[in-house]
Design a protein around this ligand. Structure first.
Ligand SMILES: Nc1ncnc2c1ncn2[C@@H]1O[C@H](COP(=O)(O)OP(=O)(O)OP(=O)(O)O)[C@@H](O)[C@H]1O
Length: 655
């Protein structure tokens, strides 16, 4: 009898595939481990080692940001903006950072993300220490972000997460430090003047030294951040745009034409004046601020159907309809009936902390009354404020005709023809010689911003391999889709209008109007091209806020005495007319330099002129502030003693 085969031999015969299967499993495990090891290595590369500018913003891994901010904990939350929250984080190297986590649902947030990154590559924060440095960004791919549910099915946890990483600014925003915390450091004139100069230099850099030049588009105290020494830097380029000098020239041309028509007494000219001056000069009705408990706010908001709503209280309100595309005001009415419920348009009212006003309901009434009287003062012959019914019945037709006429007039401009005309008449304008030629020279020296394959720096992966050569995910395709918008330097207004999601969660900004109401230049709402003079206007408002240490619209506890000061801009103009500019200065200010304070207010009034052409450039303003150029004179209309033979009429159009 033959001996029984050894058990191993038996197994071998029973499972002939076992050895190759085992070998395959070991090989697979080996490859898997290699893959994990490779991922670890490549991930490590996404943690930038040297975060000292200049450098193009780097890609951070989302998990690193999550770890450095303690999972975006509430304790690390620095603030909340329109497109998401900002958190403090500490990198493994010990470097402090601020991470702006874009809100998941916000389309505008995605735009801001893209915009900020596109523009960040143009800003050299070494040359210009007055701009907050964007250290990097992170895009987490939602597809891979799963969590295991208890019954074993995998569920998508969240979508794509976008984050921007900035240098950390320990003293937060100017809004917070000056207006809310009222930091002692900012009560010294020297500090405030230094901040003013820094902001001016920052804007000058953006307008004239950046390649390409940039319009910030949203200058306001909450976008000025303060470092540990209370040095100011400009932040938040979410609404920034590349400056297009040609468009600016066309605007100048159109403005000149408007003025010609106005001089001729054309009816249409007066329509523009009415519409624009309402926004500009009676800024009280369009001002918006996140109010403190004791402040009173009036807001214009871009509603769902492109309707601008001016609200003064839930019970009384001013309402103004705007054309969604042009922002043309065509109807204004006062509804003085008692409103029981708060409609959708009253959302902002609910958002504001109105509890502080409850004991001073009279304040609202006074403000309302005052707004009415101010508007009546401005328009003594024309009944601007009427009951809703009377406007609808009586003047709807007239308004419609005016509106039609205005639209026709605008449509009559052939932009291409104008462009040609301008080039023919003035073939080499200063801006071409000084600006375009300089740009061309710079470009030659530095080489193009795009690499050989026409890719933007941030479209490349962290290891430098162009993204095109790799598998592209949805974020990349999306980013590509938007990039053209910035190269041509303009945004389509429809892009904004279609956003629908109010910035600041309905608190402070309105992206369809491209700025923050109250700081926004009047021509924004008139459908004009965005120019650097829009930043100049916002800088003017900021100057007044810095000198006075208060918000642009605010009524304090005692309504009657403070009443005429509610609107900072009107009040400043009034003081200028009375020759009492220094009354505007913050009463808490220490070691005031009166000459510098007067200089600042004068510059502010120059910046706040209705016509963008009349406003100084940021370069001129820097010259004035640093004493290199002649101190400016007040705009003639605000001069306290006009020649007696001149029929002076402040802020009013002679009709
Ligand atoms: N780099 C930073 N360092 C320190 N704090 C910051 C930094 N960036 C933002 N913050 C804080 O986060 C807040 C929110 O900033 P964010 O730019 O998102 O919104 P905002 O400018 O206040 O509002 P909006 O989005 O309407 O313009 C700021 O007011 C500031 O206090």
């Amino acid at each position: 009898m033959p001996p029984p085969p050894p058990t191993a031999m038996l197994h071998h015969r029973r499972f002939p595939l076992l050895p190759p299967l085992l070998a395959a499993a070991i090989a697979l495990a080996f490859f898997f481990l290699c893959f994990i090891f490779y991922r670890k290595i490549t991930r490590k590369r996404t943690v930038p080692t040297d975060l000292k500018p200049p450098f193009p913003p780097q890609r951070f891994s989302f998990s690193l940001l999550r770890r450095s901010t303690d999972s975006f904990s509430a304790a690390n939350r620095l603030g909340q903006g329109g497109f998401g929250s900002v958190f403090k984080g500490i990198l493994p190297s010990g470097q402090e950072i601020a991470v702006k986590l874009m809100s998941e649902a916000s389309i505008q947030g995605e735009r801001e993300f893209h915009n900020e990154l596109s523009l960040a590559s143009s800003i050299d924060t070494v040359c210009c220490p007055y701009v907050v440095c964007v250290l990097g960004f992170s895009t987490s791919d939602g597809k891979r972000d799963y969590k295991l549910r208890f019954y074993g099915r995998r569920k998508k946890r969240r979508g794509r997460r976008l984050a921007l990483v900035y240098e950390y600014m320990p003293n937060g925003s100017l809004q917070d430090a000056l207006l809310d915390r009222k930091c002692a450091e900012l009560m010294h004139w020297n500090k405030r003047f230094a901040i003013i100069k820094s902001i001016a230099k920052g804007l000058d850099y953006l307008h004239y030294s950046c390649d390409p030049p940039i319009i910030h588009g949203d200058i306001k105290p909450s976008n000025i951040l303060l470092d540990c020494n209370f040095e100011a830097k400009i932040a938040d380029f979410g609404l920034g745009q590349v400056l297009n000098r040609e468009d600016e020239m066309i605007d100048t041309f159109v403005e000149e034409e408007e003025e010609k028509i106005e001089k001729k007494g054309d009816d249409y000219g007066s329509i523009i004046e009415e519409n624009e001056s309402f926004v500009t000069e009676d800024a009280v009705v369009v001002n918006v601020e996140q109010s403190p408990d004791d402040a009173y706010c009036v807001r214009i908001n871009d509603g769902e159907e492109g309707v601008g709503v001016l609200e003064t209280s839930p019970s009384e309100r001013l309402e103004k309809d705007c054309s969604a595309s042009e922002g043309i005001l065509d109807r204004i009415s006062v509804d003085s009936g008692n409103r029981k419920g708060i409609t959708g348009r009253d959302w902002w009212w609910k958002q504001e902390n109105v509890s502080g006003l409850s004991d001073s309901g009279r304040v609202k009434d006074y403000v309302m009354e005052w707004i009415g009287s101010e508007i009546n003062k401005e328009r003594p012959k024309k009944e601007w404020i009427k009951s809703t019914s009377s406007i609808e019945e009586g003047s709807a037709k007239v308004e419609q005709n005016k509106q039609k006429k205005k639209l026709e007039w605008w449509a009559s401009f052939d932009r291409e023809a104008i462009r040609k005309e301008i080039k023919k008449k003035k073939p080499r304008e200063w801006w071409k010689e000084e600006f375009c030629d300089e740009l061309a020279k710079k470009k030659k020296k530095r080489g193009p911003k795009l690499d050989n394959e026409g890719e933007l720096w941030w479209q490349k992966d962290e290891d430098g391999v162009p993204e095109k050569k790799k598998r592209r995910n949805s974020i990349d395709r999306w980013l590509d889709g938007f990039s053209g918008e910035f190269r041509i330097g303009r945004r389509n207004s429809q892009d904004w209008a279609s956003g629908d999601i109010p910035k600041s969660g309905g608190i402070s900004s309105t992206p369809s109007m491209r700025g923050t109401v109250c700081y926004i230049a009047p021509e924004y709402s008139g459908g004009a091209h965005v120019s650097d003079k829009c930043d100049v206007y916002s800088f003017g408002v900021l100057l007044l806020v810095m000198v006075s240490g208060r918000r642009p619209l605010q009524v304090m506890a005692s309504p009657m005495s403070e009443f005429e000061r509610a609107n900072l801009i009107s009040w400043a103009r009034q003081l200028a007319l009375n020759g009492k500019l220094l009354d505007l200065v913050d009463s808490n200010m220490q070691s005031l330099d009166r000459e510098q304070a007067v200089l600042c207010i004068t510059i502010a009034l120059l910046c706040l002129q209705r016509s963008p052409n009349k406003r100084p450039t940021m370069k001129e303003i820097v010259g004035m502030l640093s004493g290199k150029s002649e101190p400016p004179h007040l705009p003639f209309e605000f001069s306290p003693s006009p020649p007696s033979n001149f029929p002076f009429k402040s802020r009013k159009k002679v009709r």
